[in-house]
Design a binder for this molecule. Structure first.
Ligand code: ADP
Ligand code: ASP
Ligand code: MG
Length: 415
């Protein structure tokens, strides 16, 4: 019988009642003959609490993206608790189940503590256990480095554990159970008219995740796309036997009806840095962005324009709010070396994006987007595009208004 991977997020295992419901879902699926590996997150709110404790204990030792390896030891503990609780709950139902921690199934990661990348798996008997009918209850979010230290995969990383395990086990599918019944045209929490998509391509889901839809961690989609893992997002809150088709994340060829725009996302974790009066000559941009790279500032949108002064240019770029503090410090220190007049950092900005593979073959998409924003009197600050997305940077106060206006303008509202 085929192997299947299931993953349950934080709200799905938020308390003992929810864990009991998850155990019922698993018992039902095992009863259908599926060979199961189940990945669990920490109980909802738990990881935030652990991050707060680690930061409190470490003080300045953890700032921005620099993580001490003991940070991972602390924040990974939430998943250990839920894996044990769920295994107990399954055993109570007479099922053969055991918990697997990251180091026990030997999911190897690189050193990058706090956001480590997965390298692969060592043979630990996990596949044999699953084939033998044991339900493997795996702690998500955690792996082990070559040096034998615990490493975590970044926030939302249990999705990535699930897809990595599915790829390693050659599973027929990876079901991501969460608190929504699928991937929606936009975050249903801010647009009640959002609609569940039946299918979405890996490429679109990758853009949606990286542009702010937090329903799946970006890296999990990347992995699923590279390994062609059939991925489904569905609800853990429906009653057993109730209709729960979810959303399939699949290859573009499997989608017959291609929409021009399939999804709208927003991200408030943005900062805009404007550098005025840079010397307009070869090498200035190279020097500026080399410096950002060296400091680990992940630069997103970039716009350069002529400034009023002779031989001068202005540069605008965006990065995450956390990175903007680093950028501000080094730019202030290197002002003379880089050669610019002044700098301004704005953190009250948001990025709103429209995503759809149909954009490749349709014209007028940008016009519809910009007009919808204009109708609401929303000013566009910076624009960036790719083949299947358009993003704009706007005043953060207008985020929800912009998302709703675009949702309507592209005919995505449910009737
Ligand atoms: P889990 O704890 O199961 O990992 P998350 O909170 O990480 O769940 O992700 C689910 C949440 O993602 C939903 O509650 C929803 O508010 C949010 N979300 C944002 N954008 C979307 C979208 N386009 N479709 C579905 N959910 C979305
Ligand atoms: N518990 C971790 C987090 O909250 C990982 C996850 O839930 O995916 O980020
Ligand atoms: Mg999540």
């Amino acid at each position: 019988m085929a192997r299947t991977v299931l993953k349950f997020g934080g709200t799905s295992v938020a308390d003992l009642d929810r864990i009991a419901h998850v155990a019922d879902i698993i018992a039902y699926r095992a009863g259908q003959g599926e060979k199961l590996a189940v990945i669990v997150s920490a109980m909802s709110g738990e990881t935030n609490k652990l991050v707060g404790l680690a930061r409190g204990a470490a003080g300045d030792a953890i700032n921005g993206d620099h993580f001490d390896d003991e940070y991972d030891v602390v924040v990974s503990s939430g998943e250990q608790v839920t894996s044990g609780l769920l295994a107990l709950s399954l055993r109570k139902r007479g099922l053969n189940a055991r918990s697997w921690l990251g180091w026990q199934m030997a999911m190897k990661t690189r050193e990058g503590h706090g956001s480590a990348r997965i390298d692969g798996f060592e043979d630990s008997g996990l596949a044999d256990a699953v084939d033998g009918g044991e339900i493997a209850v795996i702690a998500g979010f955690q792996g082990v480095t070559e040096a034998g230290r615990v490493a975590t995969l970044g926030r939302g990383g249990s999705d990535t554990t699930a897809v990595a395990v599915a790829a390693a086990l050659n599973a027929v599918q990876c079901d991501i159970y969460t608190d929504v019944d699928g991937v929606y045209t936009t975050d249903p929490r801010i647009v009640p008219q959002a609609q569940r998509l039946e299918k979405i391509s890996y490429e679109e889901m990758l853009e949606m995740a990286s542009l702010g839809a937090k329903v799946l961690q970006t890296r999990s989609v990347e992995l699923a796309m590279n390994h062609r893992v059939p991925l489904r997002v569905l609800s853990s809150f429906t009653a057993l036997g109730e209709d729960n088709p979810g959303t399939w994340v699949c290859s573009e060829e499997e989608i017959v009806e291609k929409q021009v725009v399939n999804g709208i996302t927003y991200s408030r974790d943005e900062a805009k840095i404007t550098i005025y009066g840079m010397a307009d000559r070869p090498g200035t941009s190279a020097r500026l962005f080399a410096l950002m790279g060296r400091e680990g500032v992940n630069v997103d949108m970039i716009v350069q324009a002529n400034a009023r002064g002779e031989g001068r240019a202005n540069m605008v770029f965006t990065c995450t709010t956390a990175d903007s503090a680093k950028a501000e410090t080094v730019l202030t220190a290197q002002r003379t070396e880089i050669g610019f007049e002044k700098m301004d950092v704005a953190r009250d900005v948001a990025k709103v994006s429209i995503i759809g593979v149909g954009m490749k073959s349709h014209t007028g998409v940008a016009e519809t987007m910009f007009d919808a924003l204009y109708q609401k009197n929303i000013n566009i600050d910076v624009i960036s595009t790719s083949e299947i997305k358009i993003s704009v940077l706007i005043d953060a106060d207008y985020t929800e208004l912009a998302v709703r206006a675009l949702h309507t303008a592209f005919d995505l509202d449910a009737q």
